[in-house]
Design a protein around this ligand. Structure first.
Ligand SMILES: NC(=O)c1ccc[n+]([C@@H]2O[C@H](COP(=O)([O-])OP(=O)(O)OC[C@H]3O[C@@H](n4cnc5c(N)ncnc54)[C@H](OP(=O)(O)O)[C@@H]3O)[C@@H](O)[C@H]2O)c1
Length: 312
């Protein structure tokens, strides 16, 4: 019998993933016993996991070789004390491409001042000054991991002056990279458009507080597809109210769905998108799952293993 694999995710996900997982396992030469029934008669070797499914306590699964997350962000599972097997996060070319497209769109919206045309059409022909070209615009990406790095490189390809910041300083060709608290202060001080692609961990909680937001130049813009907890909401609203921060596009929130009465919804300087920046795509992501199972079965190290101490 091949490896025994449990798919634990919200019910609607199973029919979307099943055919792609079966095809990916076949392509990897694996014949698994695959089910979405946690009571299945087997002792499972792997759990393919997304929050909101039947498994919350991993204690009964005593033979697990790994838990394979369908999401890149693992703050919902990494702190789970019942999980002792290795946890692998999702890295998916489809997810990455989605994030690159979403960030490019919102950065270009700010860069080109598109709102003036989209929302200001009033019969008056205003042929103002041309906006600066991309090389004159500094965009900073916080987080230079799988997504941040791809986003930074795509912004670089569009011509922007790109900076990046991460826990350990990362070399990304063409990108000015920073690390540490002083590095963050230096990066923020030169930023016109800030993109936050950090994971939610105890260390990144409220990273962008009033003090750090005040380091941004007057009129800076913020694009947050990372996690809601990265930003102190009250400090952000204060910075937007005062006009110091010109605008924010927020895809992720401390509470999702964002409650109807939340001030972000009606704020004239905020665009809310409902956690749509990038989704894991079963048609490409199933290969990542299959590859890790192949590795597990061959005794090779897993890919994309979460550092449970760092939380990502
Ligand atoms: N909105 C959406 O639709 C959506 C979709 C997918 C993912 N996301 C979010 O995007 C996040 C990033 O995903 P990813 O795949 O790029 O993650 P990743 O590959 O793990 O990269 C994380 C990056 O953040 C840096 N980092 C972590 N903690 C830090 C700290 N305390 N200080 C400074 N830098 C820190 C890491 O630094 P090192 O390089 O030094 O490790 C790394 O560069 C996910 O965690 C998730 O929250 C959102």
């Amino acid at each position: 019998m091949g490896p025994r694999i449990l798919f634990s995710a919200p019910e609607a996900q199973w029919p979307l993933w099943r055919p792609h997982l079966i095809a990916a396992f076949a392509a990897a030469g694996i014949e698994p016993a695959l089910t979405d029934d946690p009571a299945g008669p087997w002792t499972f070797d792997y759990i393919v996991y997304q929050p909101g499914g039947p498994v919350t306590d991993f204690t009964p699964f005593t033979r697990l070789k790994a838990v394979l997350s369908l999401w890149a962000g693992v703050e919902g599972i990494a702190p789970n004390p019942t999980l002792t097997a290795p946890l692998c996060r999702m890295v998916d070319p489809g997810l990455t491409r989605g994030m690159v497209e979403w960030v490019a769109a919102h950065v270009l919206r700010y860069h080109l001042g598109l709102d003036a045309f989209l929302f200001g059409q009033d019969g008056v022909w205003r042929h103002g000054e041309a906006p600066p070209l991309a090389p004159a615009r500094t965009v900073t990406v916080l987080g230079l991991g799988e997504l941040g790095r791809a986003v930074a490189l795509s912004l670089l390809a569009l011509g922007f002056d790109v900076q990046g910041w991460s826990r350990r300083r990362r070399e990304v060709p063409g990108v000015r990279s920073f690390a540490g608290d002083d590095g963050l202060a230096d990066a923020l001080a030169r930023t016109e458009i800030l993109v936050t692609l950090l994971p939610a961990t105890p260390e990144t909680e409220n990273l962008l507080d009033a003090r750090r937001l005040a380091l941004l130049p007057e009129g800076a813009r913020l694009v947050n597809p990372g996690r809601g907890g990265l930003i102190d909401d009250a400090a952000l609203l204060a910075a937007l109210d005062s006009g110091r921060l010109a605008h924010a596009t927020l895809d992720v929130f401390r509470q999702e769905p964002l409650p109807p009465g939340h001030p972000f919804w009606a704020h004239p300087r905020v665009t809310v998108t409902p956690h749509v920046a990038a989704e894991t795509r079963p048609e490409t992501a199933a290969d990542t799952i299959a590859e890790n199972v192949r590795r597990g079965e061959a005794g090779l190290p897993f890919l994309h293993v979460v550092d449970r101490t760092a939380g990502y």
